[in-house]
Design a protein around this ligand. Structure first.
Ligand code: ADP
Length: 538
């Protein structure tokens, strides 16, 4: 029994929880070392014989616990204890009463576990939860605010979008009205302008009698200005067509060198007026280009005109043509190089914008290069502008590059071997393909293959008269669009001549008309415009 008691005493002594035994009034008779550690006492002597109530912050609560333990044997709960140094801590307390045979409480056993750490953790957790709740509340309020702002913004955007849509619709309507107006005005301007040009040309041709030289020079000036005005009206018309996406190309296979040469010649008087040197440097060989000749001619005129306009007196404007392939595509380059004022580097990329002009300058609409770029690109070509030109210290170089196509094929129908003998090398030299036929029936048959673009007919062919062949061609619905030229030994009789001219068939004399014939063939697909020199010629 003693041994048993000793074992139990040892167990209580070494228990991790604080254990105290008191009498029914709470006077401590035993306290184990763990209890002393909890209350910061060195030995159990410090607590023995003291009242257990004095070890707690609220002694009355402990008296109450003793009462409860006595009546119901056991009480569990948390109490706030205080150490000698005044620090408080929490203990989970279990109080159990022990009774004798008469059921009288003899003493009470207390056990204590320090719960301060747990309480602190719980408190921290509670504080953290409170903080989280605050945070969530704060964030929710912020999100609600953002949400409301967003709703307001979306409503505002929708309103702006509707306004914008209305504005775009109005702009479109204005644009359509503007394009319609520009188109109508341009047509209104062009009709009297064309009549004026025809009237001046007729006067210069002498339909109203011989024109004295001073009058001719006035008429020439009037004609130049009419053409300039006509070009501007055409530019404006093209711009409105480009904007409306309705720019149509009326393409034909044209000899590019000849077209450039003609446009350069048409500006010679302008160049002389400055005065400056206007040079055309191009080999005889033609490149053939599928293009809208009227539009491309205006492009070249605008660019050469710019070169003349922006080059001071004494300067030079050179127009050169050379074959040049790009990215594996055969093509031809037309370079217009001037020694003029040049374009500042920062504006090079802007001069092809609509209405853009460098600084204050006289004359011009700012449309020429913008339209030129559009038209060239519509022909799968490229427009490059360099200032100064390569190797020069001033001036501008504008390069038009266009892809080339197969050359035109000329058919010569002539029994007289002398005709192809002269014409074949002349056309081959200019880049044309030529085939000659001595027999009219055979030639007409071959024409139906569609490989020929131009026909030259000699008037003396054994199996059919030249004029007859020409009439056959003009009467044929498939062939009638082919340009046809007639070669004759002498001027045709007036009756025949008027029939031929009513079909638009020019007649050239075999002896001295060959050079003119070649020029006329070259001009066959170019816009018909009579040069001033030509008009003035006797
Ligand atoms: P416009 O000549 O009618 O003003 P363009 O579109 O043809 O319009 O040219 C736009 C601008 O580019 C011109 O106003 C001019 O400032 C500049 N420019 C064009 N060509 C030349 C050039 N050869 N030399 C100097 N400046 C040029």
């Amino acid at each position: 029994m003693e041994e048993q008691l000793r074992i139990e005493h040892n167990a209580v002594q070494n228990a991790g929880s604080g254990i105290a035994i008191t009498d029914p009034d709470g006077i401590i008779s035993y306290a184990n070392p763990a209890m002393c550690v909890l209350w910061g006492r060195e030995t159990e002597d410090g607590v023995r014989s003291t009242s257990i109530q004095d070890l707690f912050c609220e002694p009355a609560a402990v008296t109450d616990v003793i009462g409860r333990a006595a009546s119901s044997r056991n009480w569990n709960g948390e109490l706030k204890a205080c150490r000698q140094d005044g620090n408080s801590f929490y203990v989970f307390t279990s109080a159990t009463s022990c009774v004798d045979e008469d059921d009288t409480v003899t003493h009470i056993v207390f056990s204590f576990v320090d719960t301060t750490r747990r309480r602190l953790d719980e408190e921290a957790l509670r504080l953290y939860q409170d903080h989280l709740e605050d945070l969530i509340h704060e964030r929710t309020t912020e999100l609600e605010r953002i949400n409301n702002d967003l709703k307001r913004e979306i409503a505002e955007r929708l309103r702006i979008e509707t306004d914008l849509r209305d504005a775009i619709q109005k702009l479109r309507e204005h644009d359509q009205a503007k394009n319609m107006f520009v188109s109508n005005v341009s047509h209104e301007l062009r009709t009297p302008l064309t009549a004026l040009i025809h009237a001046i040309e007729s006067l210069m041709r002498g339909v109203a009698g011989a024109v004295p030289d001073p009058v001719v020079s006035y008429l020439s000036m009037m004609l130049e200005d009419c053409w300039r005005l006509d070009r501007t009206v055409c530019d404006i018309l093209d711009l409105s067509r480009i904007e409306a996406g309705r720019l149509e190309l009326n393409t034909a296979n044209i000899p590019i060198r000849r077209m450039v040469e003609r446009t350069v010649e048409s500006l010679r008087m302008e160049a002389e007026g400055v005065p400056l040197t206007l040079e055309m440097i191009a080999g005889v060989h033609n490149g053939f280009v599928d293009c809208d000749a009227a539009k491309m001619e205006r492009v070249v005129i605008n660019i050469v005109n710019n070169a003349i306009k922006f080059t001071p007196p004494g300067g030079t404007v050179r127009v050169g043509i050379e074959q040049q392939g790009r990215s594996g595509v055969e093509g031809v380059c037309c370079r217009i190089t001037d020694s003029g004022i040049g374009i500042p580097a920062e504006y090079i990329n802007r001069v092809t914008e609509r209405f853009f002009r460098v600084g204050e300058q006289v004359g011009g609409t700012g449309l020429g290069l913008a339209i030129a770029k559009e038209i060239i690109e519509r022909h799968q070509g490229q427009l490059d502008i360099t200032s100064p030109p390569p190797g020069a210290d001033k001036g501008t170089q504008v390069t038009i590059w266009l892809p080339t196509t197969t050359p035109q094929r000329v058919m010569i129908v002539a029994y007289d071997r002398g005709v192809p003998h002269v014409l074949e090398p002349a056309f081959l030299k200019q880049g044309y393909l030529v085939s000659s036929y001595p027999n009219a029936q055979h030639a007409l048959q071959v024409l139906h293959d569609g490989h020929h673009h131009i026909v030259i007919v000699d008037s003396t062919i054994p199996d059919m008269d030249g004029s007859e062949i020409v009439m056959h061609i003009k009467a044929d619905p498939i062939l009638r669009r082919l340009p046809v030229f007639l070669l004759a030994e002498d001027k045709p009789a007036p009756a025949r001549s008027s029939i031929l001219s009513s079909f638009g068939i020019p007649v050239f004399l075999k002896v001295d008309g060959m050079p003119d014939l070649i020029d006329a063939v070259e001009d066959a697909f170019l816009p018909q415009r009579i040069g001033i020199q030509e008009l003035h010629a006797p």
